[in-house]
Write a protein that binds this ligand. Structure first.
Ligand code: ADP
Ligand code: MG
Length: 774
């Protein structure tokens, strides 16, 4: 009884997956587990939930679809609702901070973390008839845990006569971690491969690999736009700053003006495409970078053959590239969030391109895409560009597999992405720009072949691709500290975390270290009788009562602990605001200077600054001046909005779960007084007590070393090298003897590399035995 718009019907029929509906549904009906693999854009996410809906899977219970990315959760639920002719009441989404689920919801898109939380209160997922784990190839932490749990939940549901289906969807065929892991699935689940309407994508490597990949990306895009036929351009860069920078640059080069009629231009351009423009030799050929020109020659040749037939190729041919030359400068520039800020316009100025830019009258419709961008702005990439303009999307790797942007013909791939790299010993982390994997590069290239034959321009050489790009990156779960995972599992009565059926098991040592940190925080028990202990790895550490309270909060254990302790001192409203602010990334971009502090408030340090910034932003919001306020004080507006949502959510949850507590959010919350600020310092210590630093005395500095370098330097844990107060830390004004910090990370490239601590609070040494008993 589904009534689809005829237009949608036509679009759907073009997807080969439609022809597989019967086979897929037979496999679903006859099996508890099913793996579906198919190229991005083949219709997995939008069509399979519809097949299930039409087969009656949503009649009594719901269909769950999990996504690792928030972007996809919103976009895909809207798309499926639209295709089914239903509203967001029936096809809804739910993620942290946001959702539109109703009692009539039939298909529920959610982030993987949300489903994991639901398992904690309803282990058998009794509301659902089928769970689809989408983008399983991304191997996000929560997805991996969900797979392990569902491999056990499904058989239990069968035994209870109330079967549950699990469908694992992957954009790559590399599914051995799921099919060949006997602990996960005793028998390999059936695998169905979806053919996709993938047109041939020609891969072009650069001859040389330059470190300034942004400049290369800009140049390549200019060449494509000024010389190659119609078709959208998708550019992959590493982060939000780079996206915004390139968007600004490209817009300035090929501006779109509302008052100009571009329709005439288009006709002329279309004529040009067929004769003149491409037949005349381009004025400037960049000596070592002439793929575009080669491509033009190829296009000309093809035209002479009369017709360019688009043959469907099963996949991108990686061997189809120009003969590579030896690459002199394979390089990988370490970079962090800060260093992106140094981009100046002159960095990418290239005079040789100026004539081409000047003579090009077609505007470029340039849109940004990154996860922190608001949902409404993200949605713009799905709309066609205005008549006469060429679409150009500058994106981080969110466009790699989760979203299909229509009519992309050219992909410009920097080959880089940002990855959070952890030091397992120190717990320090750093955002590094790293090579994408070869698999990731193939995914990126594939984006060019959805609506016709396309081209992928890789801004690195073929030898770099072959030798420097890893085949795959290790799954997230194996790359990061496991504290919250360990606590989560223990609270779900999975005592022996090492025995859990992970798709790829994390290192045992990492699990041990996580347990150790949780012990220090008093969240896991420390066995009293040390002599009677069994061997280390056989030991089962139970969750303490404090740990149970902590796990109830949707936060990392250390923040949960701060909250769990703070109702004692009537500090909850402050702690809620503080924890919310600490768990949302990149709240402040400016200096702390505009938030002066003294006394206890100064000693509360950067968390105190955050607290006051959030309080003041709330007040500005009340007066309807939030946007202006955030801009003026260097606060990221979306972060402030997220903090507000998190404050509300935490307040509600605490009121519901802690008897006798009734916290209200006071939009006019005053900054904490001296006594409160002192108590808050202790609460911060209680949560960060395993991350203590002590000032390095200037008398400890070795003879001949520059003492100035040690002005803000601390000893931290077992770390040998000094760790510095963040350059924007307000505690640079106090330089206290003892501190705790939220995060340790590396910054700067090469010889400027150093360790820095962020969000620092001053503590008193006599508090340590009380709050950190070990
Ligand atoms: P997969 O999950 O296999 O990557 P999708 O189901 O997301 O594929 O997409 C299938 C097709 O639906 C895409 O090729 C695209 O053309 C179309 N599509 C998906 N989302 C949208 C949208 N928001 N607007 C227009 N077309 C879309
Ligand atoms: Mg998908």
């Amino acid at each position: 009884d589904v009534k689809r718009d005829p237009k949608i019907q036509v679009a759907r029929l073009k997807l080969p997956i439609l022809g597989e509906e019967q086979r897929i549904m037979e496999l679903v009906n006859e099996n508890e587990f099913l793996i579906v693999a198919g190229e991005t854009g083949s219709g997995k996410t939008t069509q399979i939930p519809q097949f299930l809906y039409e087969a009656g899977y949503a009649e009594r219970k719901m269909i769950a679809v999990t996504e690792p990315r928030r972007v996809a959760t919103v976009a895909m639920s809207a798309r499926v609702a639209y295709e089914l002719g239903l509203t967001s009441k029936e096809v809804s989404y739910l993620m942290r901070f946001e959702g539109n689920v109703t009692k009539d919801t039939k298909i529920k898109f959610m982030t993987d973390g949300v489903l994991l939380k639901e398992i904690q209160t309803d282990f058998l997922l009794s509301k659902y008839s089928v769970v689809i784990i989408d983008e399983a190839h991304e191997r996000s932490v929560y997805t991996d845990i969900l797979l392990g749990l569902l491999s056990r939940i499904v058989p239990i549901r069968r035994k209870r006569g109330n079967p549950l289906r699990l469908i694992i969807m992957s954009a790559t065929l590399r599914v051995e971690d799921f099919t060949e892991n006997k602990r996960l699935f005793k028998e390999a689940p059936p695998l169905i491969k979806i053919d996709s309407r993938q047109f041939p994508v020609t891969i072009h490597f650069n001859k040389h690999t330059y470190s300034d990949y942004l400049k290369e990306a800009y140049k390549k895009t200019v060449k494509i736009h000024t010389r190659l036929p119609e078709g959208g351009i998708l550019i992959f860069v590493t982060g939000q700053q780079e996206v915004r920078y390139l968007v600004r640059k490209l817009k300035a080069s090929f501006p779109y003006r509302k008052d100009v009629d571009y329709t005439k231009l288009i006709t002329r351009k279309a004529v040009n495409e067929n004769d003149a423009a491409l037949d005349s030799e381009p004025e400037d050929i960049d000596s070592d970078d002439d793929e575009v020109e080669k491509e033009m020659k190829r296009a000309r040749k093809a035209r002479r053959k009369a017709k360019l037939k688009a043959k469907a190729l099963p996949k991108i041919n990686l061997d189809d590239y120009d003969m590579p030359e030896d690459d002199g400068q394979a390089d990988l520039v370490g970079s962090d969030d800060d260093s992106e800020g140094h981009l100046s316009d002159s960095d990418v100025e290239d005079d040789t391109l100026t004539p081409a830019i000047k003579s090009c009258r077609q505007p470029l419709w340039v849109l940004p895409l990154y996860s922190m961008l608001s949902s409404s702005k993200q949605a713009r990439v799905f709309e066609p560009p205005p008549t006469g303009a060429r679409l150009c999307v500058v994106s981080t790797d969110v466009a790699e597999t989760s979203l299909t942007i229509p009519s992309i013909k050219y992909v410009v791939d920097t080959g880089k992405k940002k990855m959070r790299v952890y030091d397992h010993v120190t717990g320090a982390s750093a955002w590094r720009v790293v090579w994408v994997s070869q698999a990731g590069a193939a995914q990126r290239a594939g984006r060019a072949g959805r609506t016709g034959a396309g081209h992928a321009y890789r801004l690195y050489s073929a030898p770099v691709f072959a030798n420097d790009l890893p085949a795959h990156h290790a799954p997230d779960l194996c790359r990061r500290p496991a504290d919250d995972i360990v606590l989560l599992m223990k609270c779900m009565s999975i005592d022996k975390v090492v025995n859990f059926p992970f798709p790829t098991a994390p290192d045992r040592m990492q699990l041990r270290l996580a347990e150790k940190r949780l012990q220090v925080l008093g969240i896991l028990e420390t066995p009293e009788n040390k002599e009677g202990r069994r061997k280390d790895d056989e030991e089962v550490l139970k969750v303490t009562p404090l740990g149970k309270a902590v796990s109830a909060f949707p936060l990392l254990p250390r923040y949960g602990k701060m909250l769990a302790l703070s109702h004692q001192q009537n500090l909850l409203p402050y702690t809620i605001a503080l924890v919310s602010a600490l768990t949302v990334p990149e709240v402040m971009s400016g200096k702390a200077e505009c938030w002066p502090a003294a006394g206890q408030t100064l000693l509360l340090g950067d968390p105190g600054v955050l607290l006051r910034a959030v309080g003041a932003a709330e007040y500005a919001h009340l007066k309807g001046e939030e946007e202006l306020f955030c801009a003026k004080h260097g606060l990221r507006e979306k972060a402030i909005k997220e903090i507000r949502k998190l404050r509300k959510q935490l307040t509600t949850e605490i009121n519901l779960s802690v008897p006798g507590v009734d916290v209200k959010i006071d939009p006019e919350m005053k900054p904490p007084d001296e006594n409160q600020a002192r108590l808050l310092r202790q609460l911060v210590l209680s949560g960060l007590g395993d991350q203590v630093g002590r000032k390095i005395g200037l008398d400890e500095v070795k003879e001949g070393e520059d003492k100035r370098k040690y002005k803000y330097a601390y000893h931290c844990g077992e770390l040998e090298e000094p760790v510095h107060l963040h350059s924007e830390s307000i505690l640079r004004k106090a330089i206290p003897e003892w501190v705790v910090y939220q995060e340790l990370y590396e910054t700067g490239a090469e010889e400027r590399r150093k360790m820095v601590m962020r969000n620092v609070t001053a503590i008193e040494p006599e508090w340590l035995p009380v709050f950190v008993p070990q």
